[in-house]
Design a binder for this molecule. Structure first.
Ligand code: PPS
Length: 208
């Protein structure tokens, strides 16, 4: 039945079929999305995540779930510490739950340190498998600035040897290989950092 000698078509998906497929997929503002901030403690990721969530809740244009770091560690990741394996489990759990939120059209905003590339990639894979978008925001505020801020006094304790395994001091932070957006908050007022993320979401069709 097949004419094996016939020339191969120039495309694998005929344009008419591609157009129908594109129609079948809802626009991005209706698709689930995982917005995943990563960066050192004190880099500004939680402030940005909260700001983005507050703005979207005010405008009411998306259903948003904030996976706040403290809340995650109190509930979803209760009992986990800061060893490599515990951090890996923590970040994968966050990624998995976020993908489930996004599977049903919601937007999940996460802001763990997420120091390992493999766990961040797993979070991206969970979102993809759920048919959702995934945006990795690397908050690359330098260690010196995070340490200068030291809101929780953890860096001082780490330098004094009172705590071990502090990310950036005596525990690694792997530079993200493929961030979608990179923001250094050193000289950026909080509102401007939040606006940068919102502009990115708007420019890419995830919000109006
Ligand atoms: S991780 O690596 O992604 O599992 O970490 P995360 O769940 O985001 O938790 C980071 C917050 O825990 C506090 N904390 C520490 N951070 C880094 N290293 C060590 N050893 C550590 N011990 C406690 C710290 O306040 C982090 O909060 P943020 O909001 O990032 O400043």
């Amino acid at each position: 039945l097949l004419d094996r000698g016939a020339p191969l078509p120039e495309w694998h998906t005929p344009p008419a079929v591609a157009r129908e497929m594109a129609k079948a997929r809802p626009p991005r503002r209706q698709r689930g999305l995982v917005l995943f901030f990563t960066g050192l403690s004190g880099s500004g990721k939680s402030t940005m995540a909260r700001g983005v969530v507050e703005t979207l809740l005010e405008t009411g244009e998306r259903t948003v779930t904030l996976m706040d770091g403290d809340v995650v560690r109190r509930h979803l990741s209760a009992g986990l510490g800061f060893s490599a394996i515990d951090r890996d489990i923590n970040v994968r759990r966050i990624g998995w739950v976020a993908a489930e939120v996004a599977r049903h059209g919601g937007m999940a905003v996460c802001c763990p340190i997420a120091p390992y590339e493999s766990a961040r990639q797993a979070a991206r894979d969970f979102a993809r498998a759920a048919g959702a978008g995934f945006i990795l925001v690397w908050v690359n505020t330098p260690l010196a600035e995070c340490e200068r801020r030291d809101r929780k006094g953890l860096y001082a304790k780490a330098r004094a040897g009172q705590i071990k395994g502090m990310t950036g001091i005596d525990d690694p932070y792997e530079i993200p290989a493929t961030p979608d957006l990179t923001i250094d908050t050193t000289d950026l007022p909080g509102g401007e950092a939040i606006a940068t993320v919102l502009r990115y979401l708007g420019a890419n069709g995830w919000i109006d």
